[in-house]
Design a protein around this ligand. Structure first.
Ligand code: ADP
Ligand code: MG
Length: 384
């Protein structure tokens, strides 16, 4: 997805107010009527119209050709701007640099703060795939949408939930002492975290001690379970390997876990499936890539569950996450959406087109955005 930050510096306060007004109106209008934008922005119709023209020209809001009334809706670009603006105002980021990753449900960029320190910006984009694919196809714009499709089920809300969830889990895990990036900020569908100075396990050809790293990774899976959690997408793309040079000059490898939107509780109905799948994933990868096979068949969820029952010393993180504002209801909404749209982390990308490329219904709500997606990502600094 294109993240063109060059208009950021041209927007004045009045424009930001109008952009926010379109965002507010989008919560319950698929197309926000222009008079409503005027009333939310609390400015004169003339001023609002001027801002609307600029925002529309910059692709931050869009008109729906088939709408029966005059109005606009927020595009992913508009949401990006609002979030970047928020992160900039709270001094989390100062400029946006290169894109370092494109997932199906996210874009990853290197950003800098005011001191020039590099960080990572992850932009969650739920519901993007089908609207990329479904360019100008026979969409029924006149169709009445259920509340879920317009409101709680929309790409904007779901992307924000994914970001909130990831941020909440990263924070709780960091506090519990698990090696994860440092969470630095969250705004709408975007999170900022520290840059892990290393490579995904996937890119590492050889390791000195496969058995040692394997044991460490399995220990992380078990540790997470004792904290009440299952990663759910524990694979070679989501494990970053950092090289740590010890005093004697020897180098050791430190695994850092990333990517948390699909984490589940050990009380989840499918917990056993997810846990065992995470373990199998590591087993398979170590066998295939490093020729290492553990003598131990496990760990299996059933036996770990029994150990957890006896473990009274470890505090579970589920409650902590909920206290951070990511509620059970939000978790449920996101879970249902991800299930409905076949979103299952990175692993599906390995052997197929991840199952939902042709799922045209994935983002009913995004159909007017197609123009934005026509080009390759192009990254620019938005300041200095
Ligand atoms: P996705 O949900 O798209 O898989 P991830 O969070 O797994 O997103 O990030 C995708 C890729 O971006 C990772 O495989 C890694 O290469 C890179 N990446 C993500 N976060 C960081 C980070 N904090 N530091 C360094 N690289 C990162
Ligand atoms: Mg990933």
């Amino acid at each position: 997805m294109k993240l063109d930050t060059k208009s950021l510096r041209y927007l004045n306060n009045a424009d930001w107010k109008v952009l926010s007004a379109v965002e507010s109106g989008s919560r319950n209008h698929e197309v926000v009527p222009t008079p409503l934008i005027v009333s939310i922005a609390k400015s004169s119709p003339g001023d609002v119209q001027r801002s609307i023209s600029l925002l529309a020209r910059s692709g931050l809001i869009a008109k729906l050709a088939t709408a029966k009334y005059d109005g606009y809706r927020l595009t992913y670009g508009g949401l990006d701007y609002l979030a970047l603006h928020g992160l900039e105002k709270s001094n989390v980021i100062y400029s946006v640099g290169n894109q370092i990753g494109v997932g199906k449900e996210s874009d990853i960029f290197v950003v800098s703060d005011e001191k020039g320190e590099q960080k990572v910006l992850k932009i969650h984009r739920l519901g993007r795939v089908s609207f990329k694919k479904g360019v100008k196809n026979k969409r029924d714009y006149a169709k009445t949408r259920t509340q879920k499709e317009r409101g709680a089920g929309s790409w904007m809300y779901m992307s924000r939930l994914a970001a909130m969830k990831e941020y909440a889990f990263m924070t709780a895990l960091k506090e519990a002492g698990v090696e994860v990036p440092m969470p630095l900020g969250q705004n709408r569908h975007q999170i900022v975290m520290s840059l892990v100075d290393g490579f995904p396990l996937r890119q590492i050809e050889k390791i000195p001690d496969p058995a040692g790293l394997y044991a460490e990774l399995i220990a992380i899976i078990v540790r997470l379970a004792h904290l009440g959690l299952i990663h759910g997408d524990f694979n070679e793309f989501n494990i970053m390997i950092k090289e740590i040079e010890k005093e004697d000059g020897e180098v050791s490898l430190l695994p850092v876990v990333i990517d948390f939107p699909q984490m589940v509780s050990i009380d989840h109905a499918n917990a056993e499936y997810y846990f065992d799948r995470d373990v199998d994933c590591i087993k398979r990868y170590f066998s295939r890539r490093f020729g290492f096979v553990s003598d131990d068949q496990g760990p299996h969820f059933k036996e770990v569950r029994r150990a957890i029952a006896k473990d009274t010393g470890t505090k579970r993180l589920d409650a902590k996450v909920e206290a951070s504002g990511f509620s059970k209801k939000m978790a449920k909404d996101l879970d249902a959406y991800m299930k409905e749209h076949n979103i299952d982390g990175d692993r599906a990308g390995e052997d197929d087109n991840r199952g939902s490329e042709s799922d045209d219904d994935q983002s009913e709500d995004d159909s007017n955005n197609v123009v934005e997606d026509a080009e390759e990502p192009e990254i620019q600094d938005f300041k200095g």
